[in-house]
Design a protein around this ligand. Structure first.
Ligand code: ASP
Length: 311
């Protein structure tokens, strides 16, 4: 058994580990942990603690994947919903679809009894408003939001403020793998923007036969490279876990147009190995690891990537 999650997972990592220890199914274990992260206001990139879009509204993304079946459920740009990872799981289990977005996702949440919640914290609203006042002229502020947002997206979109999503990966007592993600995405993103967290193959992927991977930071890059799928496919093709992650990093490093930024890749394989590699991150990146035999989850430090183009 193994459980791997990023640093933002602290409110839920122990419960996920305890559930795995008591032989719960992997998806149950990681969804229980993610629910704690979504409700923790101190986690400033997920659920209640997240940042709003450019219009000051919360829009959440989440995804789950069952490595036993390669079943996927995801939701993107969902308003007024905090347990979005649970909503993503319900998409997988109750609909003939894989992904729902926006108002359709919110309608489905109503149908399965998830309450509408105003998730925007007063502190998040204040910081958003201050940023707007800094970037807009007096005339633009008076007309807001009936102004073109695209020019503003170049200056106001703030990936630096959102340093994370939460991602959980595991392999359970029956050797089945699962992946789950949840985030409010980039602070001040253009309304309707989807990051990688609801996109299977980009922000997450799991195939119990080979491995599972999940990414944080610049979704605009991991979507272009299908980074999580790349890692798992490379393992399938015979790469070691470290080589599979290095291959995915090389692909990210090859991008030289569009928005470029940091990426962190988290991955496990069917041999019980784990790997967390940070690419273009200025600060040290930490993650949570629990494996069979460990009393408690431990906070560890990621390996900085060394590519031919970086570092
Ligand atoms: N990957 C997330 C996104 O692009 C954000 C993050 O993890 O920092 O929405």
């Amino acid at each position: 058994m193994i459980l791997l999650a990023n640093s933002e997972a602290w409110p839920g990592i122990s419960e996920s580990a305890d559930l795995l220890k008591s032989r719960s199914a992997g998806l149950d274990a990681i969804l229980a942990g993610i629910a704690h992260v979504e409700r923790e206001t101190k986690v400033r990139s997920v659920g209640y603690g997240g940042w709003p879009n450019m219009l000051g509204r919360m829009e959440f993304d989440a995804g789950v994947m069952d490595g036993a079946t390669r079943g996927v459920g995801s939701v993107g740009a969902v308003p007024e919903t905090v347990p979005v990872a649970a909503l993503a799981r319900a998409v997988m289990e109750r609909l003939p679809h894989v992904t729902l977005t926006g108002e359709g996702a919110r309608r489905f949440a109503d149908e399965i009894g998830l309450p509408r919640e105003e998730a925007l914290l007063e502190d998040s609203r204040r910081v958003w408003r201050e940023r707007l006042e800094k970037e807009l002229s007096r005339e633009e502020l008076a007309a807001f939001p009936d102004i073109p947002l695209a020019p503003l997206s170049r200056t106001i979109t703030d990936p630096e403020r959102v340093r994370d999503t939460t991602v959980f990966l595991c392999r359970d007592a029956k050797d089945q793998m699962a992946a789950a993600t949840s985030t409010s995405g980039w602070a001040w993103k253009y309304p309707g923007r989807l990051g990688d967290s609801p996109i299977a193959g980009a922000g997450f992927y799991a195939d119990s036969r080979y491995g599972a991977a999940a990414c944080t930071h610049t979704g605009e890059m991991t979507i272009r490279c299908a980074t999580s799928r790349t890692v798992v496919l490379a393992i399938k093709l015979g790469f070691t876990l470290v080589d599979a992650v290095d291959l995915a990093v090389e692909e990210l490093a090859e991008l030289d147009t569009g928005f470029l930024g940091p990426v962190v890749i988290h991955a496990i394989d069917a041999g019980g190995n784990h790997e967390v590699t940070s690419f273009r991150c200025q600060d040290a990146i930490t993650y949570w690891l629990w494996k069979e035999g460990m009393a408690e989850p431990e906070l560890r430090t990621a390996r900085p990537a060394h590519t031919q183009r970086e570092n």
